[in-house]
Design a protein around this ligand. Structure first.
Ligand code: PMP
Length: 402
């Protein structure tokens, strides 16, 4: 007799299964382009020097202890995070109608925000782009949303944004639906709306009274410029929207496993903040009670110190420049080989990922024949490409397509 006989095997999570498969592969030229984690030119994980410096300072600080943090997290961290997202001169900051809640990285911010919207505001329908980060659906449905709907985003033919489809789909959304918007460096396509397109999106969101829930997993990491990557969120704030934004420090601080994030909340009426905070407190209390301190202290320490802040910006520049350089190299190689199709999208896309345009069969062929691990959707992580494997990757794509 077992309580568990009725449990069915769940489907594997593609990106983690791929990493495992790659780790177990002993082919010398194998390349992991699956997981979204930064790698150096030598293909190694990178702990940011500014993070090492902060960790040393924190380790020597005898005033710090291991007592519980408050349910909403470290105050200095969440305030600095929200300010960094919105900009110090944001009307929402000046008018004291924005605040932050420390979360378990970006995923945790999405989950807490979604659960608040579903359980305290009675929201039932959310919209996400086709395609989107594979976890949005699961996070929102687990948080209590009842219906997942999609808006068109990627046009495979033009290898770019389907703005007409996007606007049409959200224009047909029922009033009050929640819409997930990628703040920058759309995952998986690497393709963002232009500023003019964002203006059109904002008009429809306002007209249809949708609730914008931004997902900002790549601020600074995408373009190398923190302000530029926050443009869309700041634009919505300037247009008077109330909104949520999930921030992750996984990529821009390299704090992947420290689970360091923030849920920024922008409201119209400062007198309603206390009630909202009290309900988010209950949401978190029933979920994990309170967050861990290590990553939040690192981020807070750096954002609070002008010298370290500048150093961090330098570290971000190192990462984003390397990725931009690898985009150039990959495109050059593909064009040099005369690979069928056009490859300008590789350099036009932004952020960690590139949607190559390879279909499922071709992507699987890349894995099986060349030991180049990439998602079935044709998504590759640009971080896995290095000066020593870019020619091999391009050659393999070329052979797959010819
Ligand atoms: N949203 C998007 C679009 C992402 O790409 C990621 C990271 N892959 C996340 C959220 C959250 O990641 P984390 O929970 O590690 O911060």
């Amino acid at each position: 007799m077992s309580w568990f006989s009725s449990v069915e095997q769940g489907p594997p999570i593609e990106v983690f299964a791929l990493t495992k498969q790659c780790t177990e592969d002993d082919f010398p030229q194998k390349v992991n382009l699956g997981v979204g984690a930064y790698r150096t030119d030598e293909g190694k994980p990178w702990v940011l020097p500014v993070v090492r410096a902060a960790e040393k300072a924190l380790a020597n600080d005898e005033t710090l202890n291991k007592e519980y943090l408050p349910v909403l997290g470290l105050d200095s961290f969440s305030t600095l995070s929200t300010n960094m997202l919105l900009g110090d001169d944001s009307p929402a900051i000046v008018e004291k109608r924005a605040f932050g809640v420390q979360s378990l990285s970006g995923t945790g911010a999405l989950r807490v925000g979604a659960e608040f919207l579903a359980k305290k505001l009675g929201k039932t329908i959310f919209y996400y782009s086709t395609p989107t980060w594979e976890n949005h659906r699961l996070v929102f449905l687990s948080a209590g949303f009842q219906e997942a709907r999609q808006y068109r985003y990627w046009d495979q033919g033009k290898r770019g944004l389907d703005i007409e489809g996007f606007l049409e789909d959200i224009n047909n959304a029922p009033e009050g639906s929640v819409i997930i918007l990628h703040a920058c460096a759309h995952n998986p396509t690497g393709c963002d709306p232009t500023q003019e397109q964002w203006e059109k999106i904002a008009q429809v969101v306002k007209h249809k009274r949708l609730f914008p829930f931004f997902d900002s997993a790549y601020q600074g990491f995408a373009s190398g410029d923190l302000d530029k990557d926050a443009w869309a969120v700041r634009f919505f704030v300037s247009q008077g929207f109330e909104l949520f934004c999930a921030q992750s420090y996984a990529k821009n601080f390299g704090l992947y496993n420290e689970r360091t994030g923030n849920l920024s909340v922008v409201m119209n009426n400062p007198s309603e903040i206390a009630a909202v905070k009290s309900q988010i407190t209950l949401t978190i209390r029933g979920m994990y009670s309170n967050p861990p301190s290590h990553g939040a202290r690192i981020v807070s320490h750096v954002l609070n110190n002008k010298e370290l802040f500048d150093q961090w910006r330098g570290n971000i520049k190192t990462m984003s420049s390397r990725i931009i350089e690898m985009r150039k190299r990959l495109r050059e190689e593909l064009e040099r080989l005369g690979t069928p199709g056009t490859w300008n999208h590789i350099t036009e896309q932004i952020g960690m990922f590139s949607y190559t345009g390879l279909n499922e069969v071709q992507s699987e062929h890349m894995v099986k024949k060349y030991h180049i691990y990439m998602l079935r959707s044709g998504r590759i992580s640009m971080c896995g490409i290095t000066p020593s494997n870019v020619e091999y990757v391009a050659k393999s794509i070329n052979e797959t397509l010819t």
